[in-house]
Design a protein around this ligand. Structure first.
Ligand SMILES: Nc1ncnc2c1ncn2[C@@H]1O[C@H](COP(=O)(O)OP(=O)(O)OP(=O)(O)O)[C@@H](O)[C@H]1O
Length: 224
């Protein structure tokens, strides 16, 4: 479970965030510039809030009171960037292995075959990102995240770069992945199509000089 309660000052407004997510899919749905990417970056440690607290399964990731601000590598968070952020000069295999810590007594490739198989990209292992389609690039980004055994997965506009046909297919794949991984997914979108994936949707409330993302009763959907 992740709980986040923090305040982040941005050039034009202050962002107030207060929500919790369990092993479910939470969608942050709001217009351009409402702070969605900033929220994800604060959760994974790429940006630092002014004050507040972020906890992941009782581990303090950030606390202004306790002066704790764990670096991204120690947070146990998988992050799929909007453009997938693949290293263009590396093969698919090296992209996926990037960032995996070598642990004593185990080879760093140990889990690779299973992950490649799971994502259906065994045949792409020696290709470079430029030789991949949009959907394949996304699968490589997901495989890279999977290798680090994250406790939560953040996805910034995961379907935005795909055409309509592929979007439906990947939506289905994300649903299956969520079922298999059994960790919280937080997904950012400004398109209502992605809301179909949600167990819970958070929308921003616009104030005079602030934007608040907080849970309200109507944010909880019933899937059945
Ligand atoms: N590096 C930056 N420097 C200054 N202001 C920034 C920076 N990045 C974002 N902002 C501002 O912070 C606010 C929130 O931006 P953010 O990217 O989090 O919004 P978003 O909801 O993800 O937008 P989009 O849907 O367009 O990606 C915006 O007003 C933006 O102009």
């Amino acid at each position: 479970m992740l709980t986040a309660c923090f305040r982040k000052r941005l050039p034009d407004f202050t962002l107030n965030v207060n929500f919790a997510v369990e092993e479910e899919v939470l969608v942050l749905a709001g217009p351009s510039g409402s702070g969605k990417t900033t929220i994800l970056e604060c959760l994974c440690g790429l940006q630092k809030p002014e004050e507040g607290r972020i906890l992941l399964n009782d581990k303090i990731l950030y606390s202004s009171d306790a002066r704790i601000n764990l670096p991204p590598s120690e947070r146990g968070i998988g992050y799929i960037f909007q453009d997938y952020a693949l290293f263009e000069h590396m093969t698919v295999k090296d992209n996926i292995l990037y960032g995996v810590k070598r642990t004593r007594g185990t080879g760093r490739d140990e889990r690779l075959p299973a992950v490649l198989e799971r994502m259906g990209i065994v045949h792409l292992m020696d290709r470079y990102p430029i030789q991949l389609s949009g959907g394949e690039r996304q699968r490589v980004a997901l495989a890279r995240a999977l290798m680090t055994r994250p406790s939560i997965l953040l996805l910034d506009e995961p379907l935005a770069a795909l055409d309509r046909r592929l979007r439906e297919k990947m939506r289905q794949e994300l649903r299956e992945l969520h079922r298999a991984w059994q960790i919280p997914f937080i997904l950012v979108t400004h398109c209502c199509c992605e809301e179909q994936l949600a167990d819970k949707i958070l929308r921003p409330l616009q104030g005079p000089d602030n934007v608040s993302w907080a849970e309200r009763k109507e944010d909880v959907l019933c899937k059945h």
